[in-house]
Ligand binder design. Structure first.
Ligand code: SF4
Ligand code: SF4
Length: 164
């Protein structure tokens, strides 16, 4: 008699657990989805996302805003920025601005230190490749990567003054 009761109790406990489990499954099925079918569907990332780096073209001058101060190259802990220039003073022009993105740790130091907002993060994350050489971004690549829209640069503006 006792044995039958204990079997019935165990079956009841099993059914209760099953009902709780199915309840959770149904609730999850009816909740809005948080996943997407990548790469067919893609989510927009925050405009403050630390993706690849880019050098935006200034719409007023048609050139990038780099003043060739080398601060980003000096501050980079991964030593992955390489800048070369010719000429002196206002005649100085960039001859090389490469970033080895395979070494970049997306720390943002280069973006924060830049006095002219010449280097920014792009909200772009699809950089996977089978060939490491493809992760060397040249000046042309960095111009193309730069976002068209204004982007957060680590500098907060209040009353026209910059605060980092
Ligand atoms: S810190 Fe800015 S302005 Fe200076 S070299 Fe780097 S990108 Fe150019
Ligand atoms: S984000 Fe950091 S590691 Fe990457 S290039 Fe800039 S300073 Fe270097």
């Amino acid at each position: 008699m006792d044995r039958r009761v204990s079997i019935a109790a165990r079956v009841a406990r099993g059914l209760e657990a099953l009902a709780i489990g199915l309840g959770l499954t149904w609730r999850a099925m009816l909740r809005p989805k948080v996943t997407v079918q990548y790469p067919v569907e893609k989510k927009n990332v925050s405009h403050r996302f630390h993706g690849l780096l880019g050098l935006p073209i200034d719409p007023e001058t048609g050139k990038d805003r780099c003043i060739i101060c080398f601060q980003c190259e000096r501050v980079c802990p991964s030593r992955c920025i390489h800048i070369e220039a010719t000429g002196k003073g206002k005649e100085r022009v960039l001859t090389r601005f490469d970033i080895e993105m395979d070494k970049c740790q997306y720390c943002g130091f280069c973006v924060e230190v830049c006095p002219t907002e010449a280097i920014v993060f792009a909200p772009h994350y699809e950089a996977s490749t089978y060939n490491r050489a493809n992760l060397l971004y040249t000046l042309d690549d960095l111009h193309k990567l730069a976002p068209k829209e204004p982007i957060a640069t680590g500098i907060v503006r209040t009353n026209g003054r910059k605060h980092r």
